[in-house]
Design a protein around this ligand. Structure first.
Ligand code: URA
Length: 465
């Protein structure tokens, strides 16, 4: 038996090094015990086999970007089995290099679930963390208390550095504390709830933010409670709003809520959270597509839009303009939306993959289909957009969008025209991509297919009623 002790619960580099060594030594998963921190004495007793130094077979270690993206998330989960599960997957990849794409495989499904939970926790930290201002000898400092479900604090710290670069702040958690002084990030010991201050004037700002995210006219109370587990309530000033929100939801159910309230409540910091997300995406390097592309093309539209349309990836024109659906496919899409009676104000438009993938041919850049690894790497962004917008209806335009949203291959011909459930429970429809209509060779087929496309859009739109 081999025992591996990693220095920290979120140490992906240490896990990778150890896993690489074990694979090179051909140590099967059932011969490895993974441990974090200082291992108990008797665990070392398991290390009966001394570490030999066999030749490293580099080809056995080549893994896809999708695996690395998955492992980066999974390592942050609190599940004690995560390192062993990842190692088992790595082991099996030698026989089945594309196993990560097989979301029906029980191991992959379990790891997908862990990764998703971690991404949700990261999102929650970004959405629910509350800074209170305190004054020390050097002036104002902002201090926040947060209780994450997983080991996400270090991994998430860069986001707060980018977002609040000019502030001096500390984030205190039961596992670790991180401190930013405007130039450097420091790590400190675990903290207790009482170490963070209570109450201050900026809470009002957060109350508005909270009410905008959990607008009762758009979110069922049950979904809201799921989104913000009770354990966060005691730390949040907006807990005071909960009875109001519940009352709002009941009023809505009895048809009393005024539409106008939607507009007033949505805005403020929800918009700021979306802008922070978009800004972060502009610097995305989660896959190699960012290198040849001109820029990230993020989603666009009102953040309270009830309909989210998801395309494949930006095309040549979108890549240059930095906006989704502005080229020929975008114009076709606009015509179809108008024919379906859908206004721009109701729609948020985004893509499964945020960088243009192409093959250069002379001076031209020819569209190339994103592969499963690229779709997987980019899923992070679409999930964040979904969580922030919580659209009533999502429409997948084409197979790539459907694959990204459902996490598996969907057959458009079979699924179009039927209401679908997204993995997060949201309602969705699947239809063709507008560029499909552009590629049809004859006029009659184009007219027929355009009409079918418009019918699909009308069906999805009708679900808003
Ligand atoms: N096709 C897409 O899927 N998205 C765009 O933004 C443009 C073309």
């Amino acid at each position: 038996m081999r025992a591996v002790t990693l220095p920290a619960p979120d140490d992906m580099d240490a896990w990778r090094e150890a896993a690489r060594g074990l694979i090179a030594e051909d140590v099967p998963p059932d011969r490895v015990v993974w441990q974090v921190g200082s291992a108990p004495e008797d665990l070392f007793a398991l290390s009966a086999e001394p570490a030999a130094a066999p030749p490293v077979d580099a080809s056995a270690l080549r893994v896809s970007r999708a695996f690395i993206a998955l492992a980066n998330d999974v390592v942050l989960h609190r599940d004690a089995e995560r390192f062993a599960l990842l190692y088992t997957l790595l082991w099996r990849l030698r026989e089945h290099p594309r196993l990560v794409e097989d979301h029906a495989d029980p191991l992959v499904r379990r790891l997908d679930g862990l990764a998703k939970a971690v991404r949700r926790d990261i999102h929650k930290m970004r959405a629910f963390l509350r800074f209170r201002s305190v004054t020390d000898d050097d002036g104002d400092r902002y201090v926040a208390w947060f209780e994450p479900d997983h080991h996400i604090v270090r991994a998430n710290a860069a986001f707060f550095v980018n977002r609040f670069a000019s502030m001096r702040w500390s984030i205190l958690t039961p596992e670790v504390s991180v401190h930013w002084d405007g130039t450097a990030l420091r790590e400190g010991p675990p903290a207790a709830r009482g170490d963070a201050p209570d109450g201050d004037p900026i809470e009002e700002v957060w109350k508005t933010y909270y009410a905008s995210i959990f607008n009762p006219a758009r979110v069922k109370v049950k979904a809201m409670l799921k989104e913000m587990p009770r354990k966060y309530w005691k730390n949040m000033p907006e807990t005071a709003l909960v009875p109001q929100l519940l009352a709002g939801a009941q009023a809505r159910e009895s048809g009393m809520i005024e539409r106008a309230r939607d507009r007033v409540e949505v805005g403020g910091n929800a918009q700021a959270a979306w802008e922070a997300l978009r800004d972060e995406a502009l610097a995305c390097t989660r896959c190699h597509l960012h290198r040849p592309a001109t820029q990230t093309v993020f989603g666009e539209g009102p953040i309270d839009a009830p309909m989210m349309f998801v395309g494949e990836q930006p095309g040549d024109q979108e890549d240059l303009a930095g906006h989704p659906f502005v080229g020929p496919a975008g114009q076709m899409f606009d015509r179809a939306l108008a024919a379906a009676g859908i206004t721009r104000a109701e729609t948020y438009v985004t893509n499964a993959v945020k960088h243009f993938k192409f093959e250069p041919r002379g001076k031209r850049r020819i569209h190339a289909k994103p592969d499963a690894g690229e779709i997987e790497a980019c899923r992070w962004w679409i999930e964040q957009e979904q969580m922030l917008l919580r659209p009533k209806v999502t429409v997948a335009l084409g197979a790539t969008a459907a694959r990204s949203l459902f996490g598996k291959v969907m057959t458009i011909g079979r699924e179009r025209g039927r209401k679908q459930r997204l993995p997060d429970g949201g309602a969705a429809w699947i239809t063709v991509h507008p560029s499909y209509l552009l590629r049809l060779p004859d006029e009659d087929a184009r007219t027929t297919e355009f009409t079918r496309f418009v019918e699909d859009l009308k069906l999805a739109h009708a679900a808003l009623a």
